[in-house]
Design a protein around this ligand. Structure first.
Ligand SMILES: *Cc1c(COP(=O)(O)O)cnc(C)c1O
Length: 348
C-alpha cells in the first residue's frame, strides 16, 4: 500500500519548515515593519519592495478555473525543473534511495538525481517508445521511491499508453510522476482528472511550452494535498518572484489566444509530418503529440551542421538511446517551417 510517511525521507517528515514574515502575518495592515523590507519603496514599481506571496494564492485560484483542480492540490515551482528537484529531495535519501527513468526521456530527472546523489535505474522504452512493464517491475526495488514518466515524451513526441501508466499507478507504491509538459498539444487526455483515484500520482505541467512563458519560469505540480504540503515545506520560501506572479496572472486571462497558438502549431506540425517524409534525406518522421518532431535522417550529424550553416538550429539527438540519426525539430512559425523544408530539400 502507498504510505506517504514511510515513503518520505525521515528528516523531511520531521522537518519544521522555515516560517517567513508573510507566513506569520497574513492579514491586511497599514504599516508593515515585520520583514526588513525597504520601507521607502523601490526603483521600479513601488510594491516591488515587498516580498511576494510564498504560496502564490492568486495564481493558484486562477489556475483552478483553468485546470479544474483546487489550490491545495497545486504546487508552483520555478519551472517544472524545480518541481522535479523538490520531489527528489523530499523522497530520496542520498546514497541510499533510487529513482526509475525510462530513456529516451527528458534529461533533468537524471541530472537532478545526480545532484542529490540519488541513484538512477534505467529501463529503456520499447522500440515503439512505450513502457516495458515487465522490465520495470524487475528493476524496481525497496529503495525505488519515484518513477518518472514523460507523456507526451521528450524527445520522441509520442504519448505513453494510458493503460500501462494506470498499471503502474495501481501496482507500484512509490510516486509515479507523469510529466505533461506537452499535454496541450496532445490528442490524449491529461492524468489531472485521475488525481482523486491515485494517492501516488503527481502530474507535472508547465507554462513554458504551450503558454509561451518559458522566460517567467513557472511550472506546476498537481497531486494529493498531503504530497503538495510536503513540497511546500521543502521549497525555498519565495520561489516564484512577484514579477512572474503578476505577469502569469495577466497571461492566464488569455486562454483563447493561447488556444489559437496551439491550433496553429498543431496544424503546422501536421504539415511537417506530411511534407518531411517526401524529402530524400528523411528516413522517418515519428508521430508526435507535442510541439516538436523526432525525425530520422541519413547522417544526422552532417544534416545538423548543414542546417546550422544555414542559420537553422535544431537539436541533435543522435547519441540518445533508440534515437540513432535522429534530430528533434521544434515546430516553428509557418515561415520558419517552410524555410526548414526548403533547406532540407536543397541538401545534397
Ligand atoms: C521543457 C520541459 C520541461 C521544463 O519545464 P520548465 O517549466 O521550463 O522547467 C519539463 N519537462 C519536460 C518533459 C520538458 O520538455
Amino acid at each position: 500500500m502507498f504510505n506517504l510517511n514511510e515513503l518520505l525521507r525521515p528528516n523531511i517528515r520531521d522537518l519544521v519548515p522555515y516560517s517567513s514574515a508573510r507566513d506569520e502575518f497574513k492579514g491586511e495592515a497599514s504599516v508593515y515593519l515585520d520583514a526588513n523590507e525597504n520601507s521607502l519603496g523601490s526603483p521600479l514599481l513601488k510594491w516591488y519592495n515587498r516580498y511576494p506571496d510564498p504560496l502564490q494564492m492568486a495564481v493558484k485560484e486562477k489556475l483552478t478555473t483553468i485546470k479544474g483542480v483546487t489550490p491545495e492540490h497545486i504546487f508552483l515551482g520555478n519551472g517544472s525543473d524545480e518541481c522535479i528537484d523538490v520531489l527528489i529531495r523530499a523522497f530520496c535519501e542520498p546514497g541510499m534511495d533510487n529513482i526509475l527513468i525510462v530513456p529516451p526521456t527528458y534529461g533533468m530527472y537524471e541530472v537532478s538525481a545526480h545532484i542529490n546523489n540519488v541513484q538512477i535505474k534505467k529501463v529503456p522504452l520499447t522500440p515503439d517508445f512505450q513502457l516495458d512493464l515487465p522490465a520495470m517491475e524487475e528493476a524496481v526495488d525497496d529503495f525505488t521511491k519515484i518513477i518518472f514518466l514523460c507523456s507526451p515524451n521528450n524527445p520522441t513526441g509520442n504519448s505513453l499508453h494510458r493503460g500501462a501508466v494506470e498499471a503502474l499507478l495501481n501496482n507500484y507504491f512509490g510516486l509515479v510522476v507523469v510529466d505533461e509538459a506537452y499535454i496541450n498539444f496532445s490528442r490524449q487526455r491529461s492524468f489531472l482528472s485521475d488525481l482523486q483515484e491515485y494517492p501516488n500520482l503527481v502530474v507535472l505541467q508547465t507554462l513554458s511550452k504551450a503558454w509561451g512563458l518559458a522566460a517567467l519560469r513557472v511550472g506546476m505540480a498537481f497531486a494529493s494535498k498531503e504530497i503538495i504540503d510536503v513540497m511546500n515545506k521543502v521549497k525555498p520560501p519565495y520561489n516564484i518572484n512577484q514579477a512572474s506572479q503578476e505577469l502569469v496572472l495577466k497571461a492566464l486571462d488569455e486562454v483563447e489566444q493561447v488556444n489559437e497558438m496551439i491550433r496553429v502549431l498543431v496544424e503546422e506540425r501536421g504539415r511537417l509530418e506530411r511534407e518531411l517524409p517526401s524529402l530524400k534525406i528523411v528516413q522517418k518522421v515519428y508521430s508526435s503529440d507535442a510541439n516538436f518532431l523526432l525525425v530520422k535522417v541519413r547522417d544526422a550529424k552532417k544534416v545538423y551542421q548543414y542546417l546550422l550553416d544555414k542559420g537553422i538550429v535544431v537539436r541533435d539527438r543522435s547519441s540518445v538511446i533508440l534515437c540513432d540519426d535522429c534530430l528533434r525539430i521544434t515546430v516553428g512559425t509557418e515561415k520558419e517551417n517552410s524555410e526548414l523544408i526548403e533547406a532540407l530539400k536543397q541538401y545534397q
